[in-house]
Write a protein that binds this ligand. Structure first.
Ligand code: NAD
Length: 296
């Protein structure tokens, strides 16, 4: 059934996601302060208005896809009073678990419904409508959102109460950051020991070292021809985004007094790498930083 949707944040991810909702037959009214984002959205049939409040008025569902948690909360404070009672708010931005729970509180205390539904799959997934969604909120609100999420994604997982979508995302990306560093360190150690990259790959890919960072996004060129290492480390998943996500993971680790030493260390390594010129490269390029620092 066609629904009236407000979409706030029509950037690299939000633009194509909103376009897929239009393609699925929904009426989408959007807002974004950046003129280029507005122009692209209009090309895809999104009606763009000059203020967030105007997009939200009369909408049944409000979707946000914004850079960070502070902006999500600011946006909620501005738009909640303009929304009809009981409007469903879906935040798909990647933000702190604590911010997601605070945003959910703001919305529900104003008489609305809210879920967090962060995504993975990047811009390619947003354009193709193949994103993975991780959802936190009530089961009823999840069920209400599901057809819309299916118009933008392929794999949709209900993770439990408010904030649990963000929780699942930071936990997964903490595994990913740590495992990419582990695989990269092993390749550099192998090189120092006179082992060919291919030989280590052939052993580890069929042994207990097997993981996505090795067999799909392999950080050295050769064994997995589709991995970014074979294409000058063009992302893929940019190190700047890994830096952001591991920063959120670190906040959650510290707020909850978890002894996640590797997760915290991975966050530091990606922060240093991303802020010293590596941010635009695929996150697997961290292997070159590890190799560069491996001097005897
Ligand atoms: P982006 O910077 O391209 O888009 C964000 C958009 O939000 C911008 O166009 C900006 O003008 C707009 N915006 C800022 N404040 C606003 C407001 N108050 N109201 C309306 N619009 C506003 O970023 P992106 O790559 O689209 O990422 C968006 C979110 O998705 C981030 O939280 C990011 O971490 C997450 N994410 C990104 C990727 C990716 O590969 N790019 C993958 C997964 C998740």
């Amino acid at each position: 059934q066609s629904r009236r949707i407000a979409f706030l944040g029509l950037g690299n991810m939000g633009g194509p996601m909103a376009a897929n909702l239009v393609r699925a037959g929904h009426r989408v009214t959007g807002f974004d302060p950046v003129p280029e984002a507005v122009a692209r959205a209009e090309e895809h049939g999104i009606t763009v208005v000059g203020a967030a409040e105007d997009a939200v008025r009369g909408a049944e569902v409000v979707i946000t896809m914004l850079p960070n948690g502070a902006l999500v909360q600011e946006a909620y404070v501005a738009i909640l009073p303009a929304a009809d009672p009981g409007t469903l708010f879906i935040d798909s931005s990647t933000i702190d678990v604590a911010d997601a729970r605070a945003a959910n509180d703001l919305a529900t205390r104003s008489g609305h419904r809210a879920i967090d539904a962060p995504v993975s799959g990047g811009v390619v997934g947003a354009e193709a409508g193949t994103l993975a969604f991780m959802v936190g909120g009530t089961e009823d609100d999840f069920a209400d959102a599901q057809p819309l999420l299916e118009a933008m994604g392929r794999k949709i997982v209900y993770c439990g109460g408010p904030g649990n979508g963000q929780a699942a995302k930071v936990c997964n990306n903490m595994i990913l950051g740590v495992s990419m560093i582990a695989v990269s360190e092993a390749f550099v150690l192998g090189e120092k020991l006179g082992l060919s990259n291919q030989a280590l790959f052939d052993v580890a890919a069929n042994a207990s070292g097997q993981c996505w960072s090795l067999t799909t996004n392999c950080p050295i060129p050769g064994p997995v021809p589709t991995s970014p290492a074979n294409h000058d480390y063009r992302p893929g998943f940019a190190a700047a985004l890994m830096d952001k996500d591991l920063g959120l993971a670190s906040n959650a680790v510290r707020n909850n007094a978890v002894a996640a030493e590797l997760g915290l260390h991975a966050a530091e390594m990606y922060h240093r790498f991303a802020s010293s010129g590596g941010g635009g490269l695929d996150f697997s390029a961290i292997i070159n930083d590890i190799r560069d620092r491996s001097t005897s």
